[in-house]
Ligand binder design. Structure first.
Ligand SMILES: *Cc1c(COP(=O)(O)O)cnc(C)c1O
Length: 350
């Protein structure tokens, strides 16, 4: 029996998908890379398929193959691989099972040399991450990509002028592809307004409950609930300390709940000293350093017992707040949940 568990509410996922679709007014092509941000690409994609999604994005070819298997022949869908086809590996894609997102002149040339086929083309409009430079876009025009995309760098700051600059550059450079469907917006982009929607949108984190601006958004539901059991309750005395390094000194007698989740389960070490958990009806502070397998909570005067459940993030303790308290972002928190954490699904997989 593992003490830490992650519950994935597929009905909440479906609700977020519908919120994003209504907001965008165009097709939603979910991003389910990194095992759907740690939530399980198979159940997540099957439910999104049941909700109407027919195009998915992953980062790596092996994720794409696993997703294809998880969807099975009875759920046809286009699967795009954001990494693209590295030169010499274009053959992996030629069966049509996966579609590469071509990111560089080398990838474009290799894809053409391998005979072409359904693909997408990525134009970099300012991130300097992946993609052709705008002036290189014409190099891929003969491949007639099904989708042309770009990625926004600053959507968590709606007022940042970089958003508009990237959008306009994308509109301009994508004119080299009159037959393609255009795709710019990630989760944050969906909420920037209709100018950013183009033909389809490509959200990830907001499907999974992460706010588009890195803080809780009332329009979205919590999809993932990370919980663990109280392993032991201890009465510690003023003057004693808690945990490694004796880093937390107690100024008063304190009831400590030792919780069975640590950094090996995906609770960042940086959750100390600012982090909180939900325990016995309210938020309570994490005290002392996070251990590999446990953490300590100041339980106050709550009648806590071994076996009680603690929420580390979820509907009562928003993912974005837990991430901020640890100095990180929802994406990292979700994708860090450890392999030994039991996953459980609520709601139909479709
Ligand atoms: C991860 C990723 C997305 C999804 O971004 P969110 O911010 O999670 O919505 C979209 N497009 C690209 C290219 C990505 O790498």
């Amino acid at each position: 029996m593992s003490t830490a568990r992650l519950t994935i509410d597929l009905d909440a996922l479906a609700a977020n998908y519908r919120v994003l679709a209504a907001q965008a007014g165009v097709e939603v092509a979910p991003v389910v890379k990194a095992d759907a941000y740690g939530l399980g690409a198979g159940p997540v994609a099957r439910r999104l398929w049941a909700e109407g999604a027919r195009r998915f994005f992953v980062a790596r070819a092996n994720e794409g193959r696993a997703l294809r298997r998880a969807l099975g022949v009875q759920r046809p869908a286009e699967i795009y691989v954001l990494d693209g086809a590295a030169p010499g590996r274009a053959g992996l894609f030629s069966g049509g099972e996966l579609r590469p997102v071509l990111n560089s002149p080398e990838q474009v040339a290799a894809w053409r040399a391998a005979g072409g086929g359904p693909c997408a083309v990525h134009i970099d409009t300012g991130m300097n991450r992946l993609g052709l430079r705008p002036e290189e876009a014409g190099l891929a025009a003969d491949l007639a990509p099904a989708i042309v995309l770009s990625h926004l760098a600053c959507t968590d700051e709606p007022a940042n002028p970089m958003n508009r600059r990237q959008r306009d550059l994308f509109a301009e450079a994508s004119r080299a592809f009159p037959g393609a469907r255009l795709c710019l917006a990630n989760s944050g982009g969906v909420f920037l307004g209709p100018d950013y929607a183009f033909d389809l949108v490509r959200p990830g984190v907001s499907l999974f409950g992460g706010g588009p601006e890195g803080r809780p958004d009332p329009r979205l539901r919590a999809v993932a609930t990370f919980e663990a059991d109280v392993l032991q309750v201890r009465e510690a005395a003023a003057g004693e300390s808690v945990g490694y390094g004796a880093a937390h000194g107690l100024v008063a007698d304190t009831r400590i709940a030792v919780v069975g989740a640590g950094y090996a389960d995906g609770v960042p070490r940086s959750s100390s000293p600012r982090g909180q958990v939900w325990l016995a009806g309210r938020r309570r502070p994490i005290v002392g350093r996070i251990s590999m397998d446990s953490l300590a909570v100041d339980a106050g005067d709550a009648a806590v017992r071994a076996g009680d459940r603690v929420e580390l993030f979820g509907p009562r303790l928003p993912l974005d707040e837990a991430a901020a308290a640890a100095g990180t972002i929802a994406y990292e928190l979700l994708t860090s949940v450890g392999g030994r954490v039991e996953r459980r699904y609520l709601g139909g997989a479709g």
